[in-house]
Design a protein around this ligand. Structure first.
Ligand SMILES: [Zn+2]
Ligand SMILES: [Zn+2]
Length: 156
């Protein structure tokens, strides 16, 4: 058994030793391919993912966080209900914002049920008492259809 093992080792050393020179010569290249390659790939991949994430975040900031609101013929800002906005700068803000990032004034928000304008920091409409979470407009529009008839609040 031990004789066989020694023979095997001798055979192995004959096979391996002539190759060491080649392996050592190729080692730096293998290192580059085997170690630096994957690291580089990971870095590039990570950078790409980060870049895409940042670009998405920027788009979200530009389209949802703060945007200018339209004005009607009288120059009054026309904003959808339930959106905090600054009448001074005519800017619409994200659902949970309560202060204008441009002038520092308190933001206002329009009630989707009766159109009453109040401070965005107030969750309950002073006119109709409707409490709702800012920004969740679709469900409230649906609820408003079952409420007072359109124009009823304007007459009062
Ligand atoms: Zn402002
Ligand atoms: Zn209301």
């Amino acid at each position: 058994m031990t004789g066989l093992w020694t023979q095997f080792l001798q055979f192995l050393s004959k096979v391996i030793i002539p190759d060491w020179g080649t392996i050592i010569a190729v080692l730096p290249i293998l290192l580059v391919i085997g170690v630096v390659g994957p690291i580089l790939t990971l870095v590039v991949l990570g950078w790409g993912v980060e870049a895409v994430r940042r670009r998405r975040g920027r788009v979200r900031l530009a389209t949802i966080e703060v945007r200018p609101v339209e004005r009607n013929a009288l120059g009054m800002p026309v904003v959808p209900a339930n959106v905090p906005y600054c009448p001074h700068d005519a800017l619409a803000f994200a659902p949970r914002d309560t202060r204008c990032s441009a002038c520092g004034r308190d933001l206002e928000v329009r009630c989707p049920v009766d159109g009453t304008v109040r401070l965005a920091a107030r969750q309950v409409c002073p006119a109709c008492g409707t409490r709702y979470v800012l920004g969740e407009l679709p469900a409230l529009v649906a609820a408003a259809h079952g409420g007072p008839p359109p124009g009823g609040a304007a007459a009062a």
